[in-house]
Design a protein around this ligand. Structure first.
Ligand SMILES: *Cc1c(COP(=O)(O)O)cnc(C)c1O
Length: 395
C-alpha cells in the first residue's frame, strides 16, 4: 500500500488545478500588465481567481493580495502591522509559542528592531490561553497574530473569540490560516479577522503561490519594491499560472468541504483510537478542537526518525517533530510548548490525512505503526530501562 499521510507539509496538486494552469505556460503566456489581448487574458484569469477566492472566504476581491505563499503572506501582514505601529509609537505585539516559523522568525526580527513581543502560553491541549491574551493587550499593542490551526498538532484556536477581544480593544488581528483554508469552512466576516494568510500548496494548488486577505481599511505596505502590481501592494510580475491553480484548487475543495469534514473527522478519530491502544503513548493536541485530518502522537522509548523510516518501508509517508526530522538540535517547539519533555517529543509522529483517505488505509496505518513502535522498542535502551524499573515511564 502507498499512503501519503503528510498533507500538512504539502498536498498533491489536483488534476483540475494542473489543467487550469497549463494554458498560462503555453498559449496564454502574456504579461498581465501588457495592454494587448494576450496580456489582458492573463490579467482576466488573475481577476477571476481573485473573485473565486474572495467569494469562498466571504471577502471582496479587492481585499485579496496574491503572494508567493504562506511565508510571504505572514511576513507582509506582520511587517505591515509593525510599520503602522511604528508610525503611532506602538511597539508591542502579541503572539503565542506554537506559531509557524514564518511568524516566529518575523517576530524575532522585529524584536531585534526594538519591538516587544508577548508570547501567550498555550494550555496542555495546545489551545491558547485566551484570558492571558486579553490581559496582555496594552495601549501600545499594534498587532495580535495567532494561527487558525497548528501545522503540527492540528489544534484549532478560538479565532472568533480572539478577534472579538481585539476589535473591542482596537488592535489589528492577523491569523495564519495556512492549515485551515481549504480544510475547514472559513468566512472572514464571521471570524472578524483583519488579515488572514493562506497558501495554495496546502490545498492542492501549486507551490510558490498564496494570498493575504486584508480587510478594507487596514493599512498594508509592500515589502517588495518594483511595479504597481496588486494595486501597489505587491510588486513583481504575477505568478499567473500559480494564481489560476490556486483559484481552481480552492473552488474544488470548497465544493466538497461540507461532505469531507465529517468523513475525514470520523476516519481521523478511528486512527486516534487505534493508535491510543499502543501502551505509553499520548495524543498531542486537543481531541475535538483539531483539524479534520490531523493526528499527532508521542510514543515513549522510540526515535521519531526511525519510526518514519520504518513507515516509509511500509509505503506510508508521515512526519515527526523529533530533532533530526525538524532539522535542529531541539525537538519541535510546539511539542515543548504543550509540555512534552525532550525524550517524549523525540518520539513523535504526525499523520495528516488527505481527502481520499479510506477506512482500509486507516486500518493499515494503525497496524503498521503498532508493529513499528513495538519493533523499535524491542532494542531501545530507554524503553528497556523503563520496563525493568530502572527508570520511570513518563507517559
Ligand atoms: C506551510 C505553512 C506556512 C508556510 O507556507 P508556504 O506557502 O510553504 O510558505 C505557514 N504557516 C503554516 C501554519 C503552514 O502550515
Amino acid at each position: 500500500m502507498n499512503i501519503y499521510a503528510d498533507n500538512a507539509a504539502t498536498t498533491k496538486m489536483s488534476k483540475k488545478a494542473v489543467s487550469a494552469m497549463m494554458p498560462y505556460f503555453e498559449e496564454l503566456y502574456g504579461n498581465p500588465s501588457s495592454l494587448y489581448s494576450a496580456g489582458q487574458r492573463a490579467k482576466e484569469a488573475i481577476e477571476e481567481a481573485r473573485e473565486t477566492i474572495a467569494g469562498i472566504i466571504g471577502a471582496s476581491a479587492r481585499e485579496i493580495i496574491f503572494t508567493s505563499g504562506g511565508t510571504e503572506s505572514d511576513n507582509q501582514a506582520i511587517m505591515s502591522a509593525a510599520a503602522n505601529g511604528k508610525r503611532q509609537g506602538k511597539y508591542h505585539i502579541i503572539s503565542d509559542a506554537i506559531e509557524h516559523h514564518a511568524v516566529l522568525h518575523t517576530l524575532k526580527k522585529l524584536e531585534k528592531e526594538g519591538f516587544e513581543v508577548t508570547y501567550v502560553p498555550v494550555h496542555k491541549n495546545g489551545i491558547i490561553n485566551v484570558s492571558a491574551l486579553e490581559k496582555a493587550i496594552r495601549d501600545d499593542t499594534c498587532l495580535v497574530t495567532v494561527m487558525y490551526a497548528n501545522n503540527e498538532i492540528g489544534t484549532v484556536q478560538p479565532i472568533k473569540k480572539i478577534s472579538e477581544i481585539c476589535r473591542r480593544r482596537g488592535v489589528v488581528f492577523h491569523t495564519d490560516a495556512v492549515q485551515a483554508v481549504g480544510h475547514v469552512p472559513i468566512d472572514v466576516n464571521d471570524l472578524g479577522v483583519d488579515m488572514l494568510s493562506a497558501s495554495a500548496h496546502k490545498f492542492h494548488g501549486a507551490k510558490g503561490t498564496g494570498f493575504l486577505y486584508v480587510r478594507r481599511g487596514v493599512r498594508i505596505s509592500s515589502f517588495i519594491e518594483g511595479g504597481e502590481q496588486e494595486r501597489g501592494r505587491r510588486a513583481g510580475t504575477e505568478n499567473v499560472a500559480g494564481i489560476v491553480s490556486m483559484g481552481a484548487a480552492l473552488k474544488e475543495v470548497a465544493a466538497d468541504i461540507d461532505k469531507n469534514v465529517p468523513r475525514i473527522t470520523a476516519l481521523r478519530n478511528r486512527l486516534i483510537d487505534g493508535l491510543s491502544e499502543i501502551p505509553h503513548s499520548a495524543l498531542n493536541g486537543d481531541r475535538e478542537k483539531r483539524l479534520p485530518g490531523n493526528v499527532n502522537f508521542c510514543f515513549e522509548g522510540i526515535e521519531g526518525e526511525s519510526l518514519l523510516l520504518l513507515l516509509d518501508d511500509k509505503g506510508i509517508s508521515a512526519s515527526s517533530g523529533s530533532a533530526c526530522a525538524s532539522g535542529s538540535l531541539d525537538p519541535s517547539h510546539v511539542l515543548l510548548a504543550i509540555g512534552r519533555v525532550h525524550d517524549v517529543a523525540h518520539g513523535s509522529l504526525r499523520l495528516t490525512l488527505g481527502e481520499d483517505i479510506t477506512q482500509k488505509e486507516i486500518a493499515y496505518i494503525i497496524k503498521s505503526v503498532k508493529e513499528a513502535v513495538e519493533y523499535l522498542r524491542g532494542f531501545s535502551p530507554v524503553w528497556n530501562d523503563c520496563v525493568s524499573g530502572k527508570s520511570k515511564f513518563i507517559l
